[in-house]
Design a protein around this ligand. Structure first.
Ligand code: FAQ
Length: 165
């Protein structure tokens, strides 16, 4: 058996969480993208990178690799699912005030082109569609570097105020 080994590291997620609660969402996301706050461990595990964040919009990326494979020669659908969730929730975070956090309630995804292993970086762009007091909706797309659509979808998110008790 040709065994491959991959080593990853991550930071204590509580440190990022605590800092996040005292910052506006956009400020926290940008600090994370600059490497000044730790990424979520799941993002480290899958190799996600932050590309761009502005009010109501976020772009994340990943380079699909063999360790993302589904054994059928393409990236496992869970990679795109996790990247879509991350792009959507990050877009929602950019519109949150201090002391708020986001929970994913529902995702709907359409896989129209595979993410190819060693096919280069793909970009996931999330955009807030509707910002309610408690419920927010957003849409996202994953495209190849040459703009070919791979996955599109939407999500519903609950915005909660963080309670320190
Ligand atoms: C192929 C189809 C399902 C149907 O498409 P149609 O409507 O008939 O459209 P069309 O045929 O036009 O194809 C579109 C474009 O895609 C290209 N292309 C297709 N296949 C390949 C390929 N193999 N390699 C390279 N390229 C390929 C194709 O050439 C075309 O490109 P073009 O426009 O000419 O430049 C498409 O929607 C699709 O691939 N969706 C993504 C599904 C997906 O990735 N799901 C998640 C993974 S599943 C999972 O993980 C579960 C699991 C777990 C554990 C273990 C095992 C399994």
């Amino acid at each position: 058996m040709a065994e491959r080994i991959r080593t990853i590291s991550w930071a204590d997620p509580e440190l990022a969480g605590q800092a996040t609660f005292t910052m506006r969402g956009l400020e926290a996301v940008r600090a994370m993208f600059r490497g000044e706050l730790p990424k979520p461990p799941m993002g480290e595990l899958l190799g996600f990178a932050g590309e761009l964040a502005e009010e109501g919009r976020a772009v994340l990326s990943v380079v699909p690799a063999e360790y993302h494979s589904n054994n059928a020669g393409t990236a496992h659908g869970g990679l795109a699912g996790a990247l879509m969730d991350a792009a959507l929730t990050t877009a929602v975070l950019t519109v949150l005030p201090e002391n708020h956090y986001v929970n994913t309630l529902q995702l709907s995804l359409h896989y129209v082109r595979p993410l190819l292993i060693d096919g280069g970086k793909v970009l996931a762009e999330g955009t807030v569609v509707h910002r309610g007091n408690t419920i927010t909706t957003a849409s996202a797309e994953i495209r190849t570097a040459d703009a070919r659509l791979c996955v599109h979808g939407t999500g519903t998110f609950m915005i909660r105020r963080f309670r320190r008790d």
